[in-house]
Write a protein that binds this ligand. Structure first.
Ligand SMILES: NC(=O)c1ccc[n+]([C@@H]2O[C@H](COP(=O)([O-])OP(=O)(O)OC[C@H]3O[C@@H](n4cnc5c(N)ncnc54)[C@H](OP(=O)(O)O)[C@@H]3O)[C@@H](O)[C@H]2O)c1
Length: 337
């Protein structure tokens, strides 16, 4: 489909075979099936980015059976602009597919000035979701997350806000993100008591960051909650893009992100060794990195980012080879430990 400019968008008709190749996994013990690979709008969807490219990525995603789009109030930059751009694309492209989509947003990080635009108060969460719904032009989101723990707000207040958001019909399900196992256990208990459908924990997980193996995955399994793994490619390091230096326009080349050139340099030896294993498996490193995450039964979905539809297509091919031999797993472990 060709897109000429912002004002003239060609009509989008989704690929009729979109559900034939994607794998769908149950999120914990809920009724929700998520695509094994989901798409996040943290980068590449703000006002600083070309909306045509964002539209192309989302069309490609949906055509590949990716039904889950992940946003947050502060994605952009500027804050809120990813939701606003997404709202525009939703209206032009996905309006008739709304019931085939599982849309997420979150609040928890700095969003607006003053004491009510950050962290975990009821005041912040309810106001933020109202703003997000307006920006996206939606009546409800499928899942609303508390984006990070707030040590100074009682967990009962934060979880109570999530419960009321569901009762108000503004979200169908709730989730938490970046909570440690202890707080996750407490949150699950509170939400269970109020019969609030808590179905997902969104956590950073990749070959370069394995903290969730240390208790969180067990906690989620015990509570029937699914895991969705973010930054699975360590923001691009677990791909072949940095093997020969830092390409212009890449995340590490920009000053906007949490990935810098020094971090890439520190990891390059490991990246090269992992790339060799991926090649022996007949896979790209990005595909092996995604497959390695999906070996965890608690992980319902791997939440990737992409700056082009080409990257996304490459990443989805990870599903062609999800099996690892014991020897491969051991060799990977030796490199990343
Ligand atoms: N809950 C939270 O606190 C939290 C935090 C972070 C992220 N998230 C969510 O997780 C999503 C994914 O996070 P992330 O963007 O950090 O994930 P990621 O998948 O680790 O990194 C995505 C980046 O890697 C590069 N890339 C992807 N596929 C590639 C390929 N095949 N070949 C070469 N380079 C490739 C691209 O960077 P270039 O721009 O360099 O091309 C892309 O933007 C976010 O969009 C957001 O929805 C949540």
């Amino acid at each position: 489909m060709e897109i000429n400019d912002k004002s003239r968008v060609t009509h989008y008709l989704a690929n009729e075979n979109r559900y034939k190749t994607m794998t769908y996994n149950r999120s914990g013990k809920s009724g929700v099936l998520l695509p094994a690979i989901s798409i996040g709008l943290w980068h590449n969807f703000g006002f600083i980015d070309a909306i045509q490219n964002g539209r192309d990525i989302l069309r490609t995603a949906f055509d590949l059976g990716i039904t889950h789009f992940d946003l947050a109030n502060n994605y952009g930059p500027p804050y809120g602009s990813a939701e606003e751009n997404f709202g525009t694309i939703l209206k032009t492209d996905f309006k008739s597919y709304r019931d085939e989509l599982f849309i997420a947003t979150k609040a928890g990080y700095d969003m607006w000035p003053g004491p009510y635009g950050n962290l975990g108060s009821r005041k912040y969460l309810i106001a933020s979701l109202d703003q997000s719904l307006k920006r996206m032009g939606l009546d409800y989101v499928d899942i609303f997350y508390h984006h990070r723990p707030d040590p100074d707000t009682p967990l009962e207040e934060t979880m109570g806000a999530l419960t009321d958001i569901v009762r108000q019909g503004k979200a169908l399900y709730v989730g938490i993100s970046n909570y440690n196992p202890e707080d996750t256990e407490k949150a699950a208990k509170i939400l269970k008591h109020s019969n609030t459908p808590f179905i997902l924990h969104q956590a950073r997980y990749s070959m370069f960051d394995r903290w969730i193996e240390n208790g969180l995955l067990d906690t989620l399994e015990n509570n029937g909650v699914g895991c969705i793994a973010f930054s699975p490619l360590a923001q691009g390091m677990l791909t072949d893009k940095y093997l020969n230096g830092i390409p212009e326009g890449s995340r590490a080349a920009k000053n906007l992100t949490y990935l810098d050139k020094e971090t890439v340099a520190d990891n390059i030896e490991k990246i090269q060794k992992l790339n060799n294993i991926a090649q022996e498996r007949g896979q790209k490193l990005s595909q092996m990195a995604i497959a390695w995450i999906l070996r965890q039964p608690q992980v319902a979905s791997v939440l990737v980012g992409a700056s082009s539809s080409k990257q996304l297509k490459e990443n989805v091919k990870a599903l062609d080879n999800l099996d690892f031999s014991e020897e491969e797993l051991q060799n990977i472990k030796t490199i990343i430990t």
